[in-house]
Design a binder for this molecule. Sequence first.
Ligand code: AMP
Ligand code: FE
Ligand code: FE
Ligand code: ZN
Length: 271
Amino acid sequence: MSVDLHVHTTASDGIYSPVQVVKMAVSLGLSAIAITDHDTTEGIKFAKLVAQGLPLEIIPGIEINTEHQGQEIHILGYYYSITDQEFLALLSSLIQARRHRVGKIVARLQQLGYRITLTDVWRVVDGAVPGRPHVADTLVELGLAENRREVFQELLGKNCPGYVPRPKFPPTNAIRHIQQAGGVAVWAHPGMTKADYLLPELIAAGLDGIEVFHPEHSEGQAQHYQDIAEKYQLVQTGGSDFHGYDYEDCLGKPVVPDTILTSLKTRAGQL
Ligand code: AMP
Ligand code: FE
Ligand code: FE
Ligand code: ZN
């Protein structure tokens, strides 16, 4: 059986709702999915409700986008308590910071001459945890851009005119908070950051695993991170980073065996 440990829903910047994602996962025959929305547990609750009585385990997940020495580092969390009050308070503050950042991005776009307002963006966000993808979707809806990818390449990606840096929140803090809530912390798609020199610091902070299998990793990179995981005794995880917004973006790919769950649960002290 295979699993997908990296899935986004409409609770953050995914296109499909938790209900839709659960149905897709069941029809693909996956045995477990982790809902890893950015900074929110909302999607997990709905997914768990819908998956009741279905042959699909819903793993509580999270993805926290952090910053370290100018590098964007994404930290995934698994098997933490979704009712941990301190962790929920942290997520609230991160969401607040996201709202603030979106405001700054819209102001920047207005300066650049784009006819976009915050009201337009909040309508597209529709109660989700906001991020740059929603600003991109708004530009598309207003007929000012083609798709998310184009907006990231030309306007909102790093070193682009509309880029606003995220507030400083170090990866070591994300690791600590996830673990304090009883979870395991995993470095998401390290091949996208290309900052292996950070590994010793993250491991010293208690990093539990690295995401070896990810659609943006080449076979060579997957092998490289597999070797690193073995060397440092880190759990090897993987997932599709499904957001649902383009043809290459497929739930359940790359294929990840369910045996990984045993390592993750052991590390989380749940076995
Ligand atoms: P933010 O959290 O607001 O900084 O936005 C980062 C999110 O944007 C990531 O988690 C991805 O979901 C998405 N993203 C990053 N790069 C791209 C891209 N090139 N095309 C589409 N979405 C992207
Ligand atoms: Fe995302
Ligand atoms: Fe990510
Ligand atoms: Zn992700």
